[in-house]
Design a protein around this ligand. Structure first.
Ligand SMILES: [Zn+2]
Length: 566
């Protein structure tokens, strides 16, 4: 195995380069400056690990992620005067260029809510026919896939976090584009694991055999059985069933943007501006410091009060960050200004009028360890403790809704994916406390059941499902499979149905994917089954995007090694 790369920043995964090393130095400097400019109490809370202010380097300079409003201002004039073949190539080049520019204009991911329908509409407007240009479309989509997976020029070292949502294809052109994306991705090599593709599952469109796009869903599951991608946005789940599926979109990191106290609802043209995660196990450790002899209920109440204090301050930090971001220099957003990818035009609006449509998320990590400390047992073993846990998450959401009306900004509760903090919080907590929950070296992300629970998949889905409805800032449930379930798309469909009924909003299938660096064979092994090589590349998803294990941050690496199948 290759050596684990120790040079990490906040991003899920990094490579090294000259530009990247310069970027890292700058990033570190800016973070220190930002922290020093904050209220000393806020700074201390971040440094001591009560909270984690994500992407500190972007504080007041830019927002996090954005679902592009691609149709709003698509530059058709750029493509005039070319034949169909050239137009197709140029449009896909334009998309790559857009992702690249926006990747350097914001701190997080980029998403298209309806890759299939939007591109079909764009090409139809330019009189480009898909039947006559099938091969060029296939080649262009393959080229986009390769670009997303293999271009490491963002910050000189990382790839671009691109998510393409599909599945609602309205006509044959859109169906062709969705199918081509799935098939070209399915046929790409084992080491092609981006972009993140999200299939939106909706009754009457693709969920049942009689639905027009059912074939696309089954193709998609076939692809997931080999590649772990697509993941599935379940539009019939409790949280989304009343929402317009065309306006739903997932960011690869699971962020959800939908409700809006201002005018435009849905994800399109909107952003999660910033995110701060709260360290739940720390709250439990402090609650139990004086060895409470009271009831478990009492421990939960006490812990909630502590959480509320921290959440109030977290809200203040997010408002401060929001206000500063609204004062950012518009010249930092040239691509946004040119293509109007936000729901409001930055050219004519004060940035506050634009950014107030974004969300501010308060996240949580380590619910599982939090309960283990408070109740001395796992949250999913005992009905009473399970209910207390669910009530706790509901209370967090109620508080955040109140905060939203008080501050008049779109606050949301995010079931945080961990990234760097799953390990960072443990390291900090170890300095003050002793607990068996530190042993594995990371905290379980969001409300997830521990990765080594050995629960059957359907049970894990049913237990995690109810937590999704409160996590309006984003959440996902993963099913850990023993090996790539190739050829068993019916089995995956069954799990998907269980998930919809359990109110899971967003579902992903995970399995270990090892690829032999010498001969290219893939499977789950330490020694290649074909050529006996021990030079193995391990493709894994711990949270968010797929990555090669060697590039994981420390917490993710521990978690990845701990995973057991459901
Ligand atoms: Zn081999």
């Amino acid at each position: 195995m290759k050596k684990v790369n120790q040079n990490k920043n906040d991003n899920a995964a990094n490579r090294n380069s000259y530009v990247g090393s310069i970027y890292n130095i700058g990033e570190k400097n800016i973070k220190t400056n930002v922290l020093n400019s904050l209220d000393p109490k806020w700074k201390q809370m971040h440094e001591k690990g009560y909270i984690h202010i994500h992407d500190l380097d972007a504080y007041g300079l830019t927002y996090n992620c954005l679902t592009f409003d691609l149709l709003n201002c698509f530059p058709y004039e750029k493509f005039k005067g070319y034949n169909s073949a050239t137009t197709i190539i140029l449009v896909f080049d334009f998309l790559k260029d857009l992702f690249e520019k926006m990747g350097n204009e914001q701190s997080g991911g980029m998403s298209l809510a309806n890759f299939d329908n939007d591109l079909a509409e764009i090409f139809e407007k330019m009189d480009v026919n898909y039947i006559e240009n099938e091969e060029i479309f296939k080649a262009s989509i393959s080229s986009l896939i390769n670009w997303c997976s293999q271009t490491y020029t963002r910050m000189g070292q990382t790839s671009y976090y691109v998510t393409l949502n599909i599945g609602l294809a309205k006509n044959d052109f859109a169906r062709f584009l969705a199918k081509t994306l799935i098939n070209q991705f399915n046929n790409s090599g084992d080491l092609i694991y981006k972009p993140n593709i999200v299939f939106k599952v909706k009754e009457g469109i693709n969920r049942n055999p009689k639905d027009k796009n059912y074939d696309l869903l089954m193709e998609s599951l076939k692809c997931s059985s080999k590649k772990m991608i697509p993941t599935y946005l379940l539009c019939d789940s409790k949280m989304e069933s009343d929402n317009n599926p065309e306006l739903l979109s997932v960011m690869g990191c699971r962020t959800r943007v939908y409700e809006n106290i201002y005018d435009t609802k849905g994800a399109v043209g909107r952003s999660n501006i910033a995110n701060i995660s709260i360290n739940l196990p720390r709250i439990a450790l402090e609650t139990m410091e004086n060895k409470s002899t009271e009831s478990i209920e009492y421990n939960f109440d006490l812990a909630y009060k502590k959480w509320e204090e921290i959440a109030k301050i977290t809200g203040d930090i997010l408002v401060d960050r929001f206000n500063k971001t609204c004062l950012a220099n518009k010249s930092f957003f040239p691509t946004n200004l040119a293509y109007k990818l936000w729901c409001k035009d930055m050219n004519i609006n004060d940035l506050n009028e634009v950014f107030k449509n974004g969300t501010l998320s308060i996240g949580f990590i380590g619910l599982s360890e939090f309960v283990e400390i408070l109740a001395n047992q796992k949250y999913w073993i005992n009905e009473r403790v399970y209910q207390l846990t669910l009530d706790f998450v509901e209370k967090m959401r109620v508080f955040i809704n109140e905060l939203m009306y008080e501050k008049k900004l779109n606050f949301s509760l995010l079931a945080t994916n961990g990234e760097l903090i799953s390990g960072r919080f443990v390291d900090l907590d170890k300095k003050t406390f002793n607990s068996r929950v530190f042993e594995k070296g990371f905290y379980t992300n969001s409300f997830h059941i521990e990765v080594d629970s050995l629960l059957p998949a359907y049970k894990k889905i049913e237990l995690e499902g109810p937590f999704h409805q409160y996590s309006n800032g984003g959440s996902i449930t993963y099913v850990e499979l023993n090996e790539a379930p190739i050829g068993n798309e019916e089995g995956l469909k069954d799990l998907l149905e269980i998930a919809i009924k359990a109110d899971v909003r967003y579902l992903g299938y995970n399995f270990k994917k090892d690829v032999c660096a010498s001969c290219g064979v893939s499977g789950n092994f330490d020694v290649c089954s074909e050529c006996k090589s021990v030079d193995i590349i391990r493709v894994r998803r711990v949270s968010g995007y797929l990555e090669i294990q060697d590039y994981f941050t420390k917490g993710k690496l521990y978690e990845s090694k701990q995973r057991k199948k459901n």
